[in-house]
Design a protein around this ligand. Structure first.
Ligand code: AHG
Ligand code: MN
Ligand code: MN
Length: 317
């Protein structure tokens, strides 16, 4: 009886603690330059949230460096984030998925940031959840570095709620945007365990990539739960929240890997590995892949250690 009371008191204390923890309190002991840069992204997400509900989903009539038609929302989210970063002196360089070159913002800044202002933007017209992804790297520039230079990474999800997930290297935490504009801690110290859930991207590659097809068969034959929305951010966040599973996006000759190393894969791999999970590009951790080009794409699987190991085993037969 005493034990049950103790557990209830503990869980009550956790609820009370998290209900009072805002992002500013969580970052109270973080150095000002890093805290300010993270809050610049958190403020951007609030502004994107205010727009995404009613903004047009039509095309902007322009293309990004990947030759993809930009939506007005891609451009709007990009402008909002640059607006915040231009007022953030610690940011020396900013690279966006929607811009062809990195931009020098503050010559004396200590960090370089790479971000995808709106990931999954083609899903907005179907009203599916989309996200913003960012990584904060030590020093100036990205070329020649690996994801090990990332000191903090995070993502937002614009869904039924707006959430902001963040890691500075330790277990990721999630904040939920409140009506009063505060970010309230909603999930503390997320960890990835083992379990049967899969989010298989780029299935069209199976026509040529028979190893991927064999892995799909394994998942189907072994009762894995399919959870795939087409939006990388919610698809990966689900693995953290449910504490299990794998997200994969390999390729084939005619359907090559599409996801970008610095804007999408490295930040998400940083967060998943911080949660005790794993990542792979089939050779190394995503965080050990050297950046040769800002628009570099990579094979990616992120998730629990066992599932990522299985992915690599099947795909490299
Ligand atoms: P973006 O909208 O920034 O171009 O990226 C979308 C990505 C990612 O969210 C998702 O996993 C992947 O596109 C889905 O790709 P397919 O449409 O090829 O399945
Ligand atoms: Mn993207
Ligand atoms: Mn995008």
């Amino acid at each position: 009886m005493l034990r049950i009371c103790a557990i209830n008191l503990y869980s009550l204390a956790c609820i009370l603690y998290s209900s009072r923890v805002t992002i500013e309190k969580f970052l109270a002991d973080t150095p000002e330059n890093l805290r300010g840069t993270i809050l610049a992204f958190a403020d951007s997400v609030k502004k994107i949230t205010a727009e995404i509900g009613t903004a047009e989903t039509s095309e902007a009539g322009s293309q990004n460096t990947f030759g993809e038609n930009q939506l007005k929302l891609d451009v709007l989210a990009d402008q909002i984030i640059f607006g915040e970063l231009e007022a953030c002196p610690p940011v020396a360089i900013a690279a966006s998925e929607e811009q062809s070159n990195e931009k020098v913002l503050h010559a004396d800044g200590e960090f370089s940031v790479a971000f995808d202002p709106l990931d999954g933007s083609s899903l907005v017209d179907s009203n599916l959840a989309v996200g913003t992804i960012f990584g904060i790297w030590k020093g100036k520039g990205f070329i020649g570095k690996t994801g090990r230079a990332i000191i903090a990474a995070g993502y937002a999800i614009y869904g039924p709620r707006t959430t902001f997930t963040l890691s500075l290297g330790e277990k990721p935490v999630e904040f939920t945007l409140q009506k009063n504009g505060e970010w309230k801690l909603s999930l503390a110290k997320m960890e990835i365990g083992e379990g049967k859930m899969f989010a298989p991207g780029n299935l069209r590659a199976c026509a040529e990539n028979k190893n991927y097809l064999a892995l799909l068969d394994f998942w189907a034959e072994n009762g894995y739960q399919l959870r795939y929305s087409g939006g990388m951010v919610p698809d990966v966040h689900q693995i953290l929240v449910k504490s299990k599973g794998i997200f994969s996006y390999p390729g084939s000759a005619s359907c090559p890997p599409k996801l970008r190393l610095i804007y999408e894969c490295a930040p998400l791999a940083f967060i998943v590995e911080a949660a005790g999970g794993a990542s792979t590009n089939l050779e190394t951790s995503i965080l050990d892949e050297k950046v040769l080009d800002l628009d570099q794409r990579t094979v990616i699987a992120v998730g629990s250690q066992k599932e990522v190991d299985r992915f690599r085993k099947f795909l490299t037969v």
